[in-house]
Design a protein around this ligand. Structure first.
Ligand SMILES: [Zn+2]
Length: 343
């Protein structure tokens, strides 16, 4: 064997042996003993677009179900209100239905309900996206919309990408995610799990883009009727329920998300804490009502169990995420992806 060939082989072997290191940790700095877990739905419709409930009714329904964070995201193109947005809650009584009827709504005060009201809408004249923390009414071109949301210092979520699988391919999403940091993530579950390709696309984009570009996963009711309500939610880990904290958590991935087909009667896994032992290279999840945990990288299950030893794993590339199955045998809880790099 020539010296050069031996050198190359040794180099390849050395690269192969390099230890995995966590370079993106969505739960960094989370003090699990001091955070409250806040249920959030960030995708909801009312009669201001094509939903069946008035805005005040939707707020009351989610409040009763124990949600503390809610964004009403009516379709911009059907909403006849100022800037096509159903916000603020304190001014519902001045707003009209999509048919133009006035005087049907009652005001609500988020603070007295112990809730956070998030300004939002579903921009629907192109690939649907959720716009948050801004009052951009929407446009016909996705780039125009994302530029405007960026300018207004808002945030965006890609809604139900699985719906468009014949229209937009992975490369289209990759380009969009590269160009627009304002997109914090995508829906992985929407209205139950009506587009299973949502999750497939999430893994495809993570496989290519992580750890450089992080894409947080979301679960949204996309509530139009009673039947849609309370099956999909996100759990935000906040020390205090404030807009600022919520926004930061949305950007940093300080949340996990749930798809629970039986809603209130389901038993999804709830995460009690998630710890990282950097010395031994272990991620450990402690969860309640959890039947089993699967660890996934590059769209494939690489391990099962409540802990994952990552240091010498060559089957982890770019990212690692975990799926927790509830004891009801149906519900799914997902953590956000960790970013990995070999060092
Ligand atoms: Zn929707």
């Amino acid at each position: 064997m020539s010296g050069l060939r031996l050198f190359t082989l040794l180099l390849l072997f050395a690269l192969y042996c390099l230890a995995q290191e966590i370079v993106v940790n969505p739960y960094e700095g989370i003090d699990w003993n001091n955070v409250s877990q806040h249920k959030a739905n960030l995708h909801t419709h009312t009669t201001a677009s094509d939903g069946k409930f008035h805005p005040n009714q939707i707020v009351d329904i989610y409040h009763k179900l124990g949600y503390t964070i809610l964004s009403i995201t009516d379709h911009d193109i059907m909403n006849k209100n100022t800037n096509r947005i159903t916000f603020p809650w304190e001014k519902f009584s001045e707003m009209v239905t999509s048919k133009g009827e006035k005087g049907l709504y009652e005001n609500r005060e988020p603070e007295s309900l112990g809730m956070l009201a998030i300004i939002g809408n579903e921009i629907s004249d192109h690939h649907h996206i959720g716009g948050y923390f801004n009052d951009f009414p929407g446009s016909q071109e996705i780039e125009t919309s994302l530029n405007a949301i960026t300018e207004k210092k808002g945030l965006a979520i890609i809604f139900h990408p699985g719906r468009y699988k014949h229209q937009y391919k992975v490369d289209w999403y990759i380009d969009l995610l590269k160009k627009y940091p304002v997109i914090v993530g995508m829906e992985v579950y929407n209205q139950g799990n009506r587009y299973p390709d949502d999750c497939t696309l999430w893994d495809s984009t993570l496989s290519i883009m992580m750890p450089e570009r992080i894409i947080w996963g979301f679960s949204g009711d996309d509530a139009h009727t009673k039947n849609h309500i309370g099956k999909n939610w996100n759990v935000f880990l906040l020390e205090k329920l404030t807009l600022q904290n919520f926004r930061k958590a949305m950007e940093k991935g300080n949340f996990y998300f749930v798809y629970c087909p039986d809603g209130e009667n389901g038993k999804p896994a709830r995460i009690k804490r998630l710890d990282i032992d950097k010395v031994n290279g272990v991620i450990r999840i402690e969860a309640i009502d959890c039947e089993r945990i699967e660890w996934i990288s590059q769209g494939k299950i690489v391990a099962t169990g409540n802990e994952f030893k990552y240091k010498n794993r060559n089957d982890v590339k770019g990212y690692l995420r975990a799926t927790l199955y509830g004891i009801d045998g149906k519900s799914i809880t997902q953590i956000q992806p960790f970013g990995f790099s070999k060092n």
